[in-house]
Write a protein that binds this ligand. Structure first.
Ligand code: ZN
Length: 1019
């Protein structure tokens, strides 16, 4: 079988060789030693192409001169500084190479980029950058000027390697590619060099690469033993480093964004290695992102098919495009290009997770012949780093060679896409987005305005109020009756659009600018049909609602004519202390910066109002900070910096208040997965919230956690891990797995360190958490981390309901606050949009073992056969009618009704009032639940608890079913977490508690307030 294939491949290769691509002119002999090694390390003749099966000799240093081995040699991975050293040698030796440092990582390593082109082009890089900038903005470049620029400009093709640290091959391959592009004199390379500048960032996740090489070196020194898992990639997150192109939280994404806006590369190409053998993942499958210009999706197709075609013709198995990846979510690094009028590309090749040569077995799923994969990979193959190098490099070279013949076409498309992005305001719309100047959360609004600007979008501001028409929220529905009666006709008529006045200070994001698409993509609402394929990642991300600020989509063209000024740079909410008085009040508007302020003024006795109050004609929310005037100077500086306004009150208001804690916070991670907690860590770091970073082993080994901490925040572990999985951690049956700094692994041991990653918090840790909470501490959980207290019985009264049909993959959902007066709700209105990702379905009870959470009864469901309609009372004959007992059905967020008739026998199962779970936030009803994304069987989630406060002993557990801190996109829900933390010792406020020392209640009926689902918060 294999022999036959070999023969066929030879034949095919010889046909393909008829072109000039591999023609090494006689003047340039091969580097024979290197070429021999390429052959040796390529495991089958069909795992290569004529482009990469040899290396031309030249005066330039080949990779083996510096590394000591060829690229793709087994058993070696190269550290970033070694890669940089090689590229510097190349730069020194070749006038075709220029190297740049484009940024720094969180751990202070350089991120670099090299430019390779012909000698002449290299001297014009600044001109080309400038030209690309002019083509990027057709407002100032006429079609005639554009044609001139197109003729004179050599565009940039930017390749980024190893964003995903266990995908190790691209940094190696890119060294060899750099050499070939600089050294090969054959016609194909001359074409590429003349028509394009190739930009190469060999490693974009530099911190992660250092750790990965360490782990691999550990593996080489401990062959046959299980390897420490790469629990940390970058400083904060693992594979989610490729989900940051919306929030721009990470240095690598910030660097890529900044570099993109400086160079305007026509193509950005990100390299991955998780699919055999070459999947041009750019295309993916339906649904495609709905905000892209169709021109770019056509460009993806054209370029992808060149790869598939050329490599298939050469008999290379397993080359395909489309696949099952839904190209919807714009959070991937390569989407920076797609959302900014360039072209983003992504390859998945096949890596072995290191540099070992291994016999790889693929699943039937991976080798199935499908319509998009008529040439599938092999079920079994010996696979090497060199094979991966051959595939990646061949595909890039075929792409570059194709593009060398189509430079002007793609440059023209770039200008055209930019022009169409500007025309968006008048064509498809909207005309603009408006963020109103009277938003009660100016800090969160400023943060979004600054994000849009960092995305390259222009934001304008008005100094005067203006009025525009608003579109009706929903399309008019046709009448349901067949007869077009007068009323039905009236209902079907388009409702007149309302007008709305926006105040001075409002921000306008115009859609007649080159980067209208990214702004629209971030701000718009996402509808993802439940009938479509399950999304590969988040399906909704609307940044207005997730940041709890108002955003208006305006289609009225009049908005474009409103007098406005372009913002010159970053904005900040106004802040500082105003007026004179005994006390300074900072209204609580659920801004995350309030938490920053609390810790900044940790020594100041800050009181918080327990309820709303008014003073000097201004209304203040519950949770308002009351700071003594003695701290004024300190407060003024901090408030200015944080964009918080403190107003002087003549005296302490009469409203009840309590002392705001500055708690000792621990952020808890496990050694099995430290990905989702990274988003919490970066949020805390950016906001300067002090915390101690602890592992589950610290919980296991610390008997008295309460002595060290007031609050333990336990972010999601994997989203759906069971309590046992979390507690057990990595199994103990193998030798120890160190994560620490040693001579062999100098880059491990951060951000946390251990001699042995195995074993989780274990039963001892579960007990310690129980003791911590019982002793007055607050444990905050999100998604699966709540399984520990629920399943081990630390908490009572909260249960999990298995979901049957629910699908909610990364969606924006609407929630409602219950009228609890809980401090967790401080600063919020009665509604909030939150991020939810197939999280747990909770139910609550006041009686152990008897859960509620059902829906309401259908009319007549419970009545016996008798007189009247399904809703009629059943009237026994022969006596006066007496009203039967109510049979209240609990709402999904409510505990089952408990009768007033409770016998002593039943008392032992009743949870005393002071220990009953309190639902603070619930998901909206089914018809209002979805804001953005794909939601299927939403009725299973509708009305269920979203945030529950469970009193346990002297402390509390606050459980989030949604995830309040996610990818730098959910700032609107941060304050739920911070409110809980800062009020950890006052979470029972607003709860009717029995007097201290009273015996357990014998009439544990829900209070009127608890039964009343009407929100008391203002709309
Ligand atoms: Zn990847």
């Amino acid at each position: 079988m294999r022999l036959l294939r070999f023969a066929l491949v030879l034949l095919v290769s010889m046909v393909a060789l008829a072109d000039d691509r591999a023609a090494t002119p006689p003047a340039q002999p091969n580097d024979d030693a290197y070429t021999a090694k390429i052959k040796e390390f390529t495991t089958a003749p069909y795992f290569t192409s004529e482009l990469v099966d040899h290396l031309p000799a030249s005066k330039l240093p080949a990779p083996d001169n510096v590394l000591g081995h060829i690229v793709g040699a087994p058993n070696y991975l190269t550290y970033p500084h070694q890669i940089y050293a090689y590229l510097r040698e190349l730069e020194k030796a070749s006038p075709r190479v220029q190297m740049y440092t484009i940024g720094k990582t969180e751990e202070n390593h350089d991120i670099v980029m090299i430019a390779i082109s012909d000698e002449e082009n290299i001297t014009h890089l600044n001109l080309y950058k400038e030209n690309m900038g002019r083509l990027a903005d057709p407002r100032s470049t006429s079609p005639q000027q554009a044609e001139q620029l197109i003729a004179q400009t050599v565009p940039f093709y930017w390749i980024t390697g190893s964003i995903h640290s266990p995908e190790t091959g691209s940094p190696e391959m890119l060294m060899e590619l750099a050499y070939r592009l600089a050294a090969d004199e054959s016609p194909m390379y001359q074409r590429i060099r003349k028509q394009w500048v190739t930009l190469i960032t060999p490693v974009i996740e530099v911190d992660g690469r250092y750790r990965m090489v360490d782990v691999y070196n550990w593996h080489r020194a401990n062959l046959g033993k299980p390897t420490p898992p790469l629990v940390y990639w970058g400083h904060y997150v693992a594979h989610d480093n490729n989900r940051d192109a919306m929030g721009l939280s990470l240095k690598l994404t910030q660097t890529a964004m900044k570099t993109f806006l400086e160079w305007h590369p026509l193509i950005m190409h990100d390299l991955h290695e998780s699919v055999p053998y070459l999947y041009d993942n750019t295309l993916g499958t339906s649904p495609f992102n709905a905000w892209l210009d169709p021109i770019v999706t056509n460009e993806w197709e054209k370029i992808a098919w060149v790869n598939v075609d050329e490599m298939t013709k050469r008999g290379m198995p397993g080359v395909f495009t489309h696949g099952t990846f839904t190209t919807w979510d714009p959070s991937y690094l390569y989407f920076i290009a797609n959302s900014h009028n360039s072209i983003g590309r992504l390859y998945e090749t096949f890596g072995n997770g290191g540099a070992d040569t291994r016999e790889r077995e693929l699943s039937p799923d991976e080798t199935a012949r499908t319509w998009w994969r008529p040439n599938p990979p092999l079920a079994k193959a010996l696979w090497s780093m060199r094979d991966n190098t051959n595939y990646q490099q061949s595909a890039i070279l075929f792409s570059l060679d194709y593009l060398a013949s189509a430079r002007e076409e793609y440059l023209r498309n770039f200008w055209l896409k930019s022009q169409r992005a500007i025309a968006k305001a008048k064509n498809e719309g909207p005309a603009a987005w408006v963020l109103p100047g009277d938003d009660p959360r100016p800090q969160l609004q400023a943060d979004l305005v600054n994000l849009l600007q960092r995305q390259g979008a222009e934001v304008h501001r008005v100094s005067q109020a203006f009025t525009v028409r608003l579109e009706p929220a929903k399309k008019p529905q046709p009448p349901e009756t067949e007869e077009p009666g007068e009323a039905a006709m009236a209902a079907a008529k388009t409702p007149a659009p309302e007008t709305h006045q926006f105040p001075a200070g409002s921000f306008i994001v115009r859609m007649d600018q080159p980067y209208s698409r990214i702004a629209d993509m971030l701000l718009d609402q996402q509808y993802y049909s439940a009938d479509d394929r399950r999304p590969y990642d988040d399906s909704g991300w609307s940044q207005g609602p997730l940041r709890n600020i108002a955003s208006f989509r305006i289609t009225d063209q009049a908005v474009l004519a409103v007098p406005m000024e372009k913002l010159p740079g970053e904005v900040k909410a106004p802040g500082g202390a105003q007026g004179d008085g005994q006390v300074l009040a900072i209204n609580n508007n659920a801004a995350p910066e309030l938490a920053t302020l609390r810790f900044r003024l940790a020594d100041v006795a800050i009181e918080v109002a327990d309820a709303r109050f008014s003073s000097g004609g201004i209304s203040y929310n519950a949770g308002t900070y009351l700071v003594p005037a003695s701290a004024r100077a300190q407060l003024d500086g901090a408030a200015r910096e944080l964009g918080l306004t403190a107003r002087a009150l003549p005296a302490m208001p009469t409203v009840a208040h309590h002392r705001l804690a500055a708690p000792r916070v621990a952020l808890l991670h496990t050694w099995q997965a430290a990905q989702d907690e990274g988003w919490y860590r970066i949020a805390f770091d950016n906001l300067h919230i002090p915390y101690t970073y602890i592992s589950d082993q610290v919980v296991r080994d610390t008997a008295d956690l309460r002595a060290r901490f007031d609050v333990i925040v336990f972010p999601p572990v994997r989203g759906n891990a069971s309590a046992a999985e979390i507690a057990n951690g990595i199994p103990l049956w193998n030798p120890p797995l160190p994560w620490k700094k040693t001579d062999l692994t100098p880059n491990l041991g951060t951000p946390d360190s251990t001699d042995d990653m195995r074993g989780g918090m274990a039963y001892a840790g579960v007990q310690h958490l129980a003791d911590f909470v019982n002793g007055g501490g607050l444990l905050i959980t999100a998604m699966d981390s709540a399984n520990v207290p629920i399943e081990f019985g630390i908490s009572q009264g909260v249960g999990l309901t298995p979901s049957r049909q629910l699908h909610a993959r990364g969606v924006v959902l609407n929630t409602r606050f219950l009228p609890t007066q809980s401090p967790i709700a401080y600063g919020y209105d009665n509604k909030l949009s939150v991020y939810f990702n197939d999280g747990p379905l909770y139910r609550v009870t006041y009686q152990v073992g008897r859960f509620g959470g059902g829906g309401g009864a259908q009319p007549g469901e419970d009545r016996p056969t008798g007189r009247g309609s399904p809703d009629s009372p059943d009237v026994p004959q022969g006596r006066p009618y007496a009203e039967p007992a109510a049979n209240p059905r609990p709402k999904p967020w409510e505990a089952p009704y408990i009768s007033t008739d409770v016998s002593e026998n039943e008392l032992r199962g009743l949870i005393p009032p002071q220990y009953r779970p309190r639902v603070v936030l619930r998901f909206a009803d089914a018809r209002d639940l979805l804001y953005s994304g794909q939601l299927s069987a939403g009725q299973e989630l509708a009305g269920r608890p979203a945030v529950i406060d469970v009193p346990v002993g002297k402390g509390h557990i606050v459980m989030f079913a949604m995830n309040p801190v996610w990818r730098g996109e959910t700032q609107g829900s941060y304050a739920l977490l911070f409110n809980a933390m800062l009020n950890y010792d006052h979470l029972d406020l607003g709860k009717p508690l029995p007097p201290a020392g009273a015996p357990p209640a014998t009439r544990p009926v829900a209070t009127e307030q608890e039964k009343n689902p009407q929100p008391v918060k203002p709309e």
